[in-house]
Write a protein that binds this ligand. Structure first.
Ligand code: 2P0
Length: 349
């Protein structure tokens, strides 16, 4: 699907009201080249800064939402097991928002299956809430265009706003306070010659010690470096968009790498420090530096976890993957290209 023609949702409210609708959606994770880190409004999930990402063509999440009889608690199954704790609370809060908009009170039965290790900084919340937003909008009969869907997905998890779109997407932080009209993602055009790949080095697939939600709050509240990272992120975004437009992979990589290091520096300066990077992370980073010294364009970015994603040309991805495997024995390595936006698989089975 071309990035500039995202799916829209036009489900049937009648069938939904009768409680027979099932909607199934699939969405892919995205990796930010300009990071989202810090909210100016926690309830509406409004960020301090714009961010820009590439949606991947690996690790999709598939989510079905079925309306059940009655208005009791939603049932949520994640990867075959009943959801509990914070994950369950967040999905139910999201469904309550969808119900408020639809006027349909029926409870939902949600089944969601990830193909990426959950909680490992591989953005399963982005693909998860993008798929949930699309499937829930379908089941509850909301008629949303891609912009409205992105705004809705954002309420589940900020980064999910970007996974609504394929290819590269920018999430506009928005300007308003108290309303979220201007905070949504949109596709970003890229130069023809770019042909990028992201080599994902999973050095640790375990759950993270601190949730990104808590970690970004602590960074905003306590890190003396946060404001300067946010300021440089704004100019990074302008530079990155220009580099993408001219298909300049080296410049894209340099900007993405410095933006990620700046975010982690701000986290490390938080009180107490938020430290997601591990010795294995730095082993991979050394491998990336070696690749560059040897003349291969390869640039690293890290999220809320120790895993490293290496941006390179698609033609170099095999060599980069081999170098990363050699650098960090035991790392699981995946090669991703730009992937599709969220799409509805099945509206009313
Ligand atoms: C990003 N991350 O831009 C950044 C970089 C992690 C590091 O978006 O609180 O799970 O649900 O809005 O979207 C992870 O944060 O946070 C994230 P919430 P989310 O991809």
């Amino acid at each position: 699907m071309p990035a500039d023609r995202p799916d829209t949702v036009t489900p049937s409210p009648e069938r939904s009201a009768a409680g027979t609708a099932v909607a199934v959606a699939v969405a892919h994770p995205n990796i930010a080249l300009i990071k989202y880190w810090g909210k100016r409004d926690e309830r509406l999930v409004l960020p301090w800064t714009d961010s820009l990402s590439m949606t991947l063509d690996i690790f999709p999440t598939t989510t079905s939402v079925r309306l059940a009889a009655g208005d009791g608690d939603d049932t949520v199954t994640l990867d075959g097991a009943p959801a509990e704790g914070e994950a369950l609370r967040r999905v139910r809060a999201f469904l309550a928002l969808v119900r408020d908009r639809s006027g349909i009170r029926r409870r939902a039965v949600v089944e969601s299956a990830n193909t990426a290790p959950t909680g490992a900084g591989l953005a399963s919340s982005a693909s998860g809430f993008a798929a949930l937003a699309l499937a829930a909008a379908g089941a509850y009969g909301l008629d949303l265009d891609a912009t409205a869907l992105s705004r809705l997905a954002r309420r589940g998890s900020g980064s999910a706003a970007r996974s609504v779109f394929g290819g590269f997407a920018v999430w506009h932080a928005g300007t308003a306070t108290g309303t979220d009209e201007s905070s949504y993602a949109a596709p970003v055009p890229v130069g023809e010659g770019l042909d990028p790949a992201l080599v994902v080095a999973v050095v640790d697939a375990g759950p993270k010690a601190v949730s990104s939600r808590a970690a970004m709050r602590r960074t905003v509240d306590t890190s003396p470096l946060y404001r300067s990272w946010a300021a440089s992120s704004r100019t990074d975004l302008v530079d990155l968009r220009a580099a993408l437009a001219r298909g300049d992979l080296e410049a894209v990589g340099e900007i993405a790498e410095r933006n990620a290091f700046g975010m982690h520096a701000a986290m490390l300066a938080a009180r107490p420090a938020v430290r997601y990077l591990s010795p294995a992370t730095f082993t991979v980073l050394d491998g990336v530096l070696r690749l560059r010294r040897e003349g291969t364009a390869a640039y690293a970015t890290m999220d809320a976890g120790p895993n490293v994603k290496v941006l390179c040309r698609r033609a170099d991805a095999g060599r980069v993957a081999a170098a990363v495997r050699e650098a960090a024995a035991g790392a699981r390595v995946h090669i991703a290209g730009p992937g599709p936006g969220a799409r509805l698989l099945d509206e009313d089975r």
